[in-house]
Design a protein around this ligand. Structure first.
Ligand code: ADP
Length: 405
């Protein structure tokens, strides 16, 4: 979370204005620029070569992506990778230095154009809730509608329906400081949804809540935003949260959008070693290619034994020296290693996980494999075999160890 003042947040969160007025003027190529007085309705949102500098530092490097109406997009990346900057540029909290952001054909941000947040038909939900402290729960939610809904009875009905949905009808007259963190975040979710904005931006909304509450609220966010049909841009540094929520995940690495795709694609076909790491690897092991197999896979030799490996997506190998990224899910523990694709190892740690056990296994050459699941418990210090099928074994050109996020 970066330093947006509370006052600014409150103003943004409460300015969820419907896209009723659509006057625009032309901007070459049939594209349009929104006039300062107009608002923009839900549409495809496009980042077209967007760049952002903070002094000399390039925080966003030529970002291209599009978000379809109703799509749930999660931006995932480590701290400092540019997630908040992208969200703030889309929300109109930051100006951009190159490229364009468009809603449909309407340019809302470019170096020459900047439509303010309250004219973008979007709502935001922040990590620290940003509720008005002097307003009740119902007033906080209703305030977002006051400019667009003049009929007080309709307004009350809409607020009541939303509070019902987030399970807070019985606390409508309470003030935010009398609510738990989870309840306050439900109020900001209701406030974001009540005006049916074209888009909702979530800035790490679960990170100040405890694990149990995070899980419950995540499910509510997924269900209520999909029911609303608003498009969503959601940022997090938590891979499991991203994969659980997203239709599409964008991975940011030092200001660059390195991959944008479905969670399954990111997991099975990571574009870079960084993406592989950020979406979970059991281990990273150096290897040398021995031969190309008729299947298109590669037989490789590691210092612990022979494995079969595959390439991911459009990866190109320029030498026989490769680094294997091992996914833990397909790896199987058995009593011994019997041939190609199987290594010997020693169980270093075992942790009970309800459905079974996660193991850490050290191969004979000293590499550690993390999160190797088995429904059986293999005791610490026991010698085991590890079957590593080709789908678990993704080869990239030889990497320095520093690719880990
Ligand atoms: P993330 O949300 O992924 O943690 P940010 O978008 O906040 O990343 O930051 C991206 C980069 O831009 C970081 O190097 C950060 O230090 C820098 N940055 C972000 N906001 C500012 C700012 N207001 N002034 C200067 N540098 C900033």
């Amino acid at each position: 979370m970066k330093s947006i003042s509370s006052e600014t947040k409150l103003n943004i969160a409460d300015s969820q204005i419907q896209g009723t007025e659509r006057s625009t003027w032309k901007y070459g190529n049939g594209r349009r620029v929104a006039k300062q007085s107009s608002t923009v309705a839900a549409d495809v949102v496009t980042f077209d070569g967007v760049e952002k500098y903070y002094a000399e530092q390039k925080a966003l490097k030529s970002i291209h992506l599009s978000i379809k109406p109703g799509q749930f997009v999660v931006l995932l990346g480590p701290s400092g990778s540019g997630k908040s900057t992208m969200l703030r540029c889309l929300g109109g909290l930051e100006k951009i230095d190159a490229g364009e952001i468009r809603f449909g054909n309407t340019v809302v941000s470019s170096p020459r154009v900047h439509l303010p947040p309250d004219r973008r038909n979007l709502a935001m939900v922040f990590q620290d809730f940003a509720l008005w402290p002097h307003m009740t729960v119902a007033e906080n939610v209703g305030f977002a509608l006051e400019r667009s809904e003049s009929d007080k009875r309709v307004l009350k009905e809409k607020v009541g329906a939303l509070l019902e949905k987030v399970g807070l009808s019985h606390k409508a007259d309470r003030y935010p400081n009398t609510l738990s963190g989870g309840e306050q975040q439900r109020v900001s979710l209701a406030r974001a949804l009540v005006a049916s904005p074209g888009m909702i931006l979530f800035d790490e909304p679960l990170s100040s809540l405890d694990a149990h509450l995070r899980e419950r609220l995540r499910v509510e966010i997924a269900a209520l935003t999909r029911e609303s049909a608003s498009s969503v841009l959601y940022i997090t540094h938590d891979q499991s949260e991203a994969f659980a929520l997203a239709d599409v995940v964008g991975i940011l690495d030092q200001g660059e959008l390195v991959q944008f795709g479905k969670p399954e694609t990111l997991y099975n076909e990571p574009a870079t070693p960084f993406v592989a790491h950020f979406t979970g690897v059991a281990s990273q092991i150096d290897a040398t290619i021995q031969e190309r197999l008729p299947t298109g896979h590669y037989r490789v030799m590691t210092s612990a034994g022979q494995l079969d490996a595959r390439l991911s997506g459009s990866t190109i190998l320029d030498s026989d020296e490769v680094t294997l990224m091992l996914r833990s899910a397909p790896i199987h523990i058995q009593s011994d290693a019997f041939g190609a694709g199987e290594l010997k190892g020693r169980v270093v740690d075992v942790a009970y996980r309800g459905r079974g056990y996660d193991h850490v296994i050290e191969t004979m050459d000293g590499n550690l494999l993390h999160s190797v699941f088995s429904e059986f418990r293999w005791e610490r210090q026991s010698t085991v075999g590890i079957r590593i099928p080709v789908e678990a074994c993704i080869a990239f050109p030889r990497q320095a160890r520093s690719t880990e996020p």
